[in-house]
Design a protein around this ligand. Structure first.
Ligand code: ADP
Ligand code: MG
Length: 644
């Protein structure tokens, strides 16, 4: 008896229409989805010529009986939905009933399958959409679909295929991401010469990430711990509202998000799964970008794998034929939940850049798929690495509780003269008072209070640029400019929030010439500039006179700072929120005011800086998102010296 049915025309017409077979990867996607929908616990994909010559997918799923094996190739033939209402609650990856006929129309396809209810299997052969042969075969339960010579009958489309390696790359990426969404199943991907991927079932997504992407990447990621939240009842019952009042609608988010030191130029490595379906969604991309605001420099993107589990009635997958776009019924809720979950995980983690060493010294931009299998095998099992990362440091009192294994070096006051810029270095750190410190959530860029251990002892500087410090955990290296910048940035933001930032009157006004665009920006942000310690007045046609500037800025730096602020705000001025504008100004001011690299610091100043940094909300990343601190843990040292 058939379980596949042809959808009535009225239902078929409601399905997002369009061609889905664009390239070998789209064939693999549709066939893999079918295998997963069939409940397969093993899916094996083999390829020749990047899938252009041959794609073969074998699964151990439920299989099809003889009738269904034929019916499956009719348009709109599916076992997954029946009525138009079913479109509102799709729990399978497929539902359009279009993939098999579309693929069979443009290739030579062979299907072998057997359902448990039948003793014999069925083989169906179709070429260019024409049925060539059907016969009984011996076949274990499950399904095998072989697609040869894709687009053999549509040469124009064949021409558009890319090189073998490009197509293979697309397929490898795709299969990798399905493996991440289904850790409890096993997957294998092979080409004629290579086994590209082979993963056995594991209990947790974390283990699957380790299997597929390697320990190195896992170490660079923070686990987004599962967050469950009940959706609020819709504020008004529109005509489409169907959920019963009181019925709990639980949404769950979990996954992995990269530490701030991982920075990508585009968003291609943000993967988002809704009910285990890989989708591209602008709303979620936005939520993730928001979560990294002031943790990553603007324009940079993280690596993220985010899984959302949401009742099927809350998400519409019938938006686009390739089923990679979705629409959420309550999109703002989903957006905020994802943003907050990612943000909180970043806050809870200690985003310390481990000091790279030896063979682990791989660029953070190493593509996820480049991870070489041999190297992965020699990595430690997951979990071990994580335990090296020290847990959150104790309460602030611990700050004075020195437990040193190394003697404290004696201060060397005034070893080298400091120039003017360092004067601000002595300005009393207003961060000290506990009450003045805003909550983590309040301060942008905050990634957890006091993550920097309080017991660091500065040993000296490397090239008068990087402070070297130790504590019992190991060796720490701190970028002195970035550290001071972070301290000043938080202070500036706080002062601005509490009141107007006082400026310092310049001896002589500084006249700055503005380009037309800079003039326009200046007019728009003049009030905010004056609340940030600038007193600027129009002076002549194209020039302004700066009479007062933020206190820490040297006179000869004022012009450059002002121009930099105007340019960085640039065309965004109209759309920039007031908060964003304040952050931009604070980031520019603190960058200019901070001590520079190539500047000698004595012991007192280094100690002051480390302490002030430890008191900031985000001691590990500078306002532009670069790392401030590197840690070379005791274990790393012992390993490097072959003591363990
Ligand atoms: P859809 O997946 O949208 O239903 P397809 O054209 O991909 O449409 O597949 C048609 C039908 O064929 C499916 O609904 C399913 O019943 C059956 N089918 C396809 N592939 C498999 C498979 N690997 N194992 C079991 N049944 C399958
Ligand atoms: Mg399908």
């Amino acid at each position: 008896m058939s379980i596949i049915r042809i959808l009535p025309e009225a239902v078929a017409n409601k399905i997002a229409a369009g061609e889905v077979v664009e390239r070998p990867a789209s064939v693999v996607k549709e066939l893999m989805e079918n295998s997963l929908d069939a409940g397969a616990s093993r899916v094996e994909v083999s390829l020749e010529a990047g899938g252009k010559r041959r794609i073969c997918i074998i699964d151990d799923g439920c299989g099809m009986n003889h009738d269904d094996a034929l019916l499956a190739f009719e348009r709109h033939a599916t076992s997954k939905i029946r009525t138009a209402e079913d479109l509102f609650e799709i729990s399978t990856l497929g539902f359009r009933g279009e993939a098999l006929p579309s693929i069979a129309a443009v290739s030579r396809l062979e299907l072998e399958t057997r359902h448990a209810s039948e003793n014999a299997g069925t083989r169906v052969e179709i070429a260019g959409g024409k049925l060539r042969n059907v016969k009984e075969v011996a076949w274990p339960q499950g399904t095998r679909v072989e697609v040869r010579d894709l687009f053999f009958n549509t040469p124009a489309r064949r021409k558009f295929l890319k090189s073998e390696s490009t197509e293979l790359g697309h397929i490898a990426t795709l299969v990798t991401h399905y493996t991440l969404a289904h850790p409890e199943r096993s997957f294998r991907l092979v080409s004629l010469t290579n086994e590209i991927l082979n993963v056995s079932p594991v209990a947790t997504p974390r283990e699957r990430v380790y299997q597929v992407l390697g320990g190195q990447l896992l170490e660079q990621m923070v686990e987004v711990t599962p967050v469950e939240r009940r959706m609020p009842a819709p504020s008004f019952a529109g005509p489409d509202e169907e959920s019963e009042p009181g019925e709990p609608v639980i949404v769950r988010v979990f996954g992995f998000a990269s530490r701030p030191e991982i920075q990508k130029l585009n968003r291609n490595q943000i993967y988002f799964f809704v009910n285990r379906r890989l989708v591209r969604d602008r709303l979620i991309l936005h939520a993730i970008t928001e979560a990294y605001r002031n943790i990553l420099p603007s324009g940079m993107s993280p690596v993220a794998l985010i899984f959302l589990e949401i009742p099927t009635a809350e998400v519409d997958v019938n938006v686009h034929p390739s089923k990679t776009e979705v629409r959420f019924r309550r999109s703002q809720f989903v957006h905020d939940l994802v943003r907050d979950s990612v943000r909180q995980s970043l806050v809870a983690a200690r985003p310390v850049a481990a000091f790279p060493m030896g063979k682990q010294q791989r660029s953070p931009t190493t593509d996820m798929l480049e991870a070489d299998a041999a190297e992965r095998l020699s990595d430690e099992p997951p979990g071990l690495k994580g335990s090296e990362i020290p847990g959150p440091s104790g309460p602030p009192q611990r700050r004075h509780d020195f437990r040193l294994s190394s003697p404290r070096p004696t201060p060397e006051p005034g070893r080298l003269p400091l120039d003017d810029a360092a004067l601000s270095f002595y300005s009393p750190p207003t961060l000290g008072g506990q009450t003045a410190v805003p909550t983590v959530a309040e301060l942008p860029g905050a990634t957890g209070a006091s993550e920097l251990p309080a017991d660091l002892v500065p040993l000296g500087q490397v090239q008068e640029s990087f402070i070297v410090a130790t504590n019992p955990e190991g060796l720490w290296i701190v970028d002195q400019h970035a550290a001071h910048e972070r301290v000043l940035f938080e202070r500036h933001i706080r002062q601005r929030r509490e009141r107007k930032v006082e400026g310092q009157r310049l001896l002589m006004p500084i006249v700055v010439e503005l380009k037309l665009e800079q003039q326009a920006v200046y007019q728009q942000i003049a009030d905010e500039l004056s609340a940030n310690g600038f007193e600027v007045e129009p002076f002549g046609q194209r020039t302004v006179a700066v009479k007062t500037a933020p206190a820490e800025i040297r006179a000869d730096d004022v012009e450059q700072l002002l121009l930099e602020i105007l340019d960085s705000v640039g065309q965004e001025a109209r759309s920039l929120s007031l908060d964003d504008l304040r952050l931009k100004i604070a980031a520019s001011v603190s960058c200019h005011a901070a001590i520079k690299i190539n500047m000698a610091l004595d012991q007192n100043k280094m100690r002051w800086l480390l302490r002030a940094l430890g008191e900031t909300q985000a001691p590990m990343t500078c306002p532009h998102g670069r790392p401030i601190v590197l840690r070379y843990g005791m274990k790393d040292l012992q390993k490097a010296f072959k003591r363990i």
